[in-house]
Each structure stands twice: as C-alpha cells, then as structure tokens.
Design a protein around this ligand. Structure first.
Ligand code: AMP
Length: 549
C-alpha cells in the first residue's frame, strides 16, 4: 500500500505505514517523533531534530509551531526568502515522504493526513495544499480525535460511548464518540485551537526566569533556550514531584557565565496550568451536552496527545466528572495510527470498523438579519455536528424587485447575529441575465468527508446557476511555488561547521574554549550518523554560550 498516515502536529509529527506484518512508525533520526521544525540556510532545508537544534543558534532562519499559522495570510521569512505556512509545512511532509521511502523501500504516493477537529476550511485547505506541494496525493483529511478514536475503537466489539480528550502541543480537541459493532460515530466535537503543551512551556519558562533572578535582557535566543528547558522540566514533572534545574552555562553577563539553579515542584506547575485544564474540562462537558448525553452515559474518557501524560489532567477530570480517564498506551502515536487505518479502510482492507465523521462548525451564507434591518447575520445551511458527507439546500429571496444578482458570501462559525464573529471562507456572485420581479435562489452546500465545501447557487425562475470557482483566502498562493525545487537535506552539517569556524576565528574567545571546540569539531566530523545528534547538541550548547547571548 503506497499510503502514509500523517499526524502533522504543532510540535511533533508522526507517520505510520501499513506493512505485511502490521503497522510501522517511520523513524526519524532514531525517534518516531519528528519535531515539526524547519530550518533554511544557503545549503538547503533541514527538518526535524537537527532543525530544532538550529533554533538555538540560527533562530531567525528556523520555523517552529507552523501549524498555528496554517490557513492565515502570514508570510514567514527564513534566510531572506518568504514562505507561506503551507510551504513550510510541505517541507515537513516532504521529509516524512523521503524518510518513509528510504526506510521501507516503497515510493509513497498518497496519504491520509489529520487536522484538529476544530480547524476551519481555510486551515484544512492549507493542510491539503501542503501535502500536495510535498508531492503526495491527499486520500482523505480526517479529524485528529476521530483518528484517535479509530485507533482506539479498531477491533473492539463492545457498544460504548466515550470522550476522546486530545491535548497536544498546540491544540486541544474533544469529541464524543459512539462505537457499536465496528461503526465509529462522532456525535459532537469542539476544542481550542490555541491551547496546548507549548502554552504550558511558556508559563513554566516565565516561572523559571522569575526564579533565576537574572538581571539580563531576555533575548529571543534566550527565550528559545528557556522554552526548551521548560519543556524538558515539564516532561520530568509528569514523573517526579520536584525537578532541580542545574545549568552551569545557561547565559552570560559581562563575559561571565550565569549559572541557572532553580527548583520547580509539580504543585507549582499545576497551579500554572490549572485554569487551562479547567477550560478543557468545561469544553468536555459542553460537547457532551451537545451530543445529548450526560456524564453518567459516558463509559469512558480516552486521553490522547502528548500533553495528556500530565498526571494533573487525569486527576482534575476524575475530580470534576467522577470518571477515571484512560490514557491511550501511545498517546503520541494514536492519531497517526488512526490515519493509516482509515487509509487501509479506504483501500478495502478489513480493519473491522467504519467511520462516520461530523462537521465541527456550522456553514452558511451572509443574509439580512430581518426584513427591516440592514445588518447582516449568518444564515446557517449545514449545522455543526452534522455527519459528513452531506448536502443541504436553503432558499433565499431577492430584497428588491428585478434584482440583477445574488452575492453568495460563505461563512463558517456559530454566531448567527454577528457576521463578523464568523470566518469568511469564500464568495461568489450569481448573475441573473433576465431579471424577474421576485427572484429567489436555492443555495446547495455539499461538504465532503475531507471537510471541503462546494457551493452552488441557482435562481429558481431562470435556472441561472453559479458554478464558478470557490475562492478561499489562500487559494492564490502556491501554483508556481519555489518549494518544489527545494530539496530536503538529510545530511546537513554545513551550518554547524560554519558556526564553529566563525567562533574559532574570533580573537576574543579564550584559547582553552577554542581547543575544546576544535576537539568536538574533530569528533563530530568523524562521528557516525547515530552519534551526531547528541554531539550536535553538545556543540550547540557551547556555541550558544560563546556567541553573544
Ligand atoms: P503532540 O502534539 O500530541 O505530539 O504533543 C506534544 C506535546 O506533548 C508537547 O507540548 C510535549 O511537550 C508534550 N508532552 C510529551 N510528553 C509529555 C509528558 N510526559 N508530560 C507532559 N507533556 C508531554
């Protein structure tokens, strides 16, 4: 099967393929987690752990958490070139494609890619574009919690109602799912696109900084180092009650090393994230209500996503719901497992489950709030939590006799009274060549399983139809993209060697430091592929210290 299941995460991405012997996770520099980090230099594009290391010494050319910008018009400048978020994401996917091919000896052509359930049309479209730019065909785009549910529900015969609580690096999703005789039905879903482990890192970084009492400027570079340290501390706090941070050369002041020595307790960390965790549980209860169930109906709550390993989450869920949640065995892998299982189902391979997914948003067009008003509201055509694929039609009437056209402005969102609160995803015009006195238009919305929407407007007397291209905010972007010509470097030592050389040339640096660095350079040049990442980390720490912080 030439399909890859891709969980394109904010912090890390995971890819799974189907083999004769079962499922296999692709390995990137010795780990199944590929940091979703991209670095671009004159030498080329680096993705993953090497790029993450580069974030410390070449942060201006490194992109982190690009998923947060998907679907936006923002441009990212790396190494003096401008990129769209989907172009940056396409490098991550390209890295996955190349690595999978090398590891499995198969040319992968198609993929099932996952997105947060709460992603809007623009964000889904941007993700699809990123996949295409990377040279893969998109077989299906599925929601992350749905994918987690597939991986959990596959091969389960019991009839159960459960919540999938998915807290990752950048997003939170919660879905209520019913599983009966292999039919996985998503009843309701909601989430927060800007809540995840990265936010916890930032809060913890602030606390560590406060405790350090360092009286120096917190540069962007230092912030990146601090965030990485905070993430490490956070992960340790999932296992221990106390973490002692002891970093001898953390920063520099007037040429002197500043020693960072700070203690953080689990309780302190929990205090920092308590509001965020409570917010996730409120959303859980809200979406449960939307599915017309209450907490007693729920058989279990499944935790997935890397951040759900934080013990406080299980504790708070138990406190507030009386249910002890189940942490999926491999919370970082379940989404990509669900994606590949979905790919297998599409290919007709029996995986014992069928998926019924839903739309997480309502979709509609702008219309006058009422006959006497001039204000526009949202007239919903497809309602939130409707199973997909679906087609729905609504009729609209002209506001003036002999109206010459209808504007169809398509929106996604829930606020019917205030149009501005919804996301505009496209517009088109239905022109009426021979206007009639009382024109009326039927608007058809067809939403497919990938969450893509096609819209048709038809005037009922004249049969005039608008079949024009559906425009989204980002549709103009990537036709002649430069990214196609940019290869992903799998071996990339140039940047680090250049950095070492420039430090060796600096006359202000002590001879003994230079000797240490020369020794490391020698080791690095003769190191094997597996030895390089840890040596690289060591070198970067020294470079970071010797360069002006
Ligand atoms: P995901 O997007 O599902 O890969 O989740 C990534 C997030 O999970 C990152 O913010 C990680 O720091 C976080 N994470 C991974 N393992 C742990 C752990 N043991 N404790 C707390 N957070 C974790």
């Amino acid at each position: 099967m030439d399909i890859i299941g891709i969980d394109l995460g904010t912090t890390n991405s995971v890819a799974t393929v189907f083999t004769q012997d079962g499922l296999k996770h692709i390995s990137f520099d010795g780990d199944y987690l590929l940091p979703s980090v991209v670095n671009i230099s004159d030498d080329g594009v680096v993705v993953g752990v090497k790029a993450k290391n580069m974030a410390m010494i070449a942060e201006e050319n490194t992109s982190l958490s690009i998923k947060r910008l998907m679907g936006s018009d923002e441009k990212i400048t790396l190494n003096s070139k401008q990129f769209t978020p989907e172009e940056i994401s396409s490098f991550i996917i390209k890295k996955i494609k190349i690595t999978a091919q090398e590891e499995m000896g198969i040319e992968y052509k198609r993929c099932v890619v996952t997105v947060p359930a709460y992603f809007n049309e623009n964000q889904r479209e941007a993700t699809t574009k990123a996949v295409k730019l990377a040279g893969l065909e998109v077989l299906r785009v599925i929601n992350e919690p749905t994918a987690a549910a597939i991986s959990y529900g596959a091969n389960r015969d019991e009839e159960i109602l459960y919540g999938v609580y998915d807290l990752g690096g950048g997003t939170f999703d919660i879905s209520i799912i019913e599983n009966s005789e292999g039919l996985i039905e998503v009843l309701s879903t909601t989430g927060d696109n800007h809540l995840g482990g990265d936010d916890f890192d930032k809060k913890l970084a602030d606390l560590i900084w406060e405790k350090s009492r360092f009286d120096i400027e917190r540069t962007k570079k230092l912030q990146i180092k601090l965030n990485q340290l905070a993430e490490k501390t956070k992960v340790e706090l999932s296992e221990k009650n106390l973490v002692v941070i002891d970093e001898k050369f953390f920063a520099k002041k007037d040429g002197q090393a500043l020693h960072l020595e700070v203690k953080v307790t689990r309780e302190e960390f929990e205090e920092l994230i308590e509001n965020d965790i409570n917010k996730t549980i409120n959303l859980l209860l809200e979406t449960l209500e939307e599915s017309n169930n209450d907490i007693d109906d729920l058989d279990s709550i499944i935790l997935t996503g890397g951040s759900s390993r934080i013990p406080f989450i299980s504790h708070q869920i138990l406190q507030r719901t009386g249910k002890l949640p189940i942490l999926i065995e491999d919370p970082d892998k379940s989404v990509s497992i669900g994606a590949i299982l979905q790919g297998a189902m599409i290919e007709g391979i029996d995986t014992d489950s069928i998926l019924v997914d839903i739309t997480p948003y309502s979709l509609g067009i702008s219309s006058l709030l009422d006959e006497d008003s001039r204000e526009l509201g949202l007239s919903k055509i497809i309602f939130k939590n409707t199973p997909v694929p679906t087609t729905k039609t609504s009729r609209y009437y002209a506001v003036v006799p002999y109206q010459k056209a209808f504007m169809i402005n398509v929106y996604q969102g829930e606020n019917e009274d205030n149009l501005e609160e919804n996301v505009s995803i496209g517009e088109m015009t239905l022109k009426i060549e021979n206007p009639v006195e009382d024109a009326a238009m039927d608007v058809d919305f067809t939403l497919n399983q990938d969450g893509m929407l096609s819209v048709t407007g038809r005037e009922i007397h004249t049969n005039m139809v608008v079949t024009g291209e559906f425009k989204t905010k980002i549709s103009k972007s990537t036709k002649h993209s430069k990214v196609k010509e940019m290869d992903i470097l799998t071996e990339q030592d140039g940047i680090i060697i250049d950095k070492i050389n420039s430090i060796l040339e600096n006359s202000n640096i002590l001879d003994e430091d230079k000797e240490d660095l020369k020794e490391l350079k020698r080791k690095f040049l003769s190191a094997s592929k597996d030895e390089k990442p840890s040596l690289e980390e060591e070198i970067i720490d020294i470079i970071f210290f010797l360069e002006d912080v």
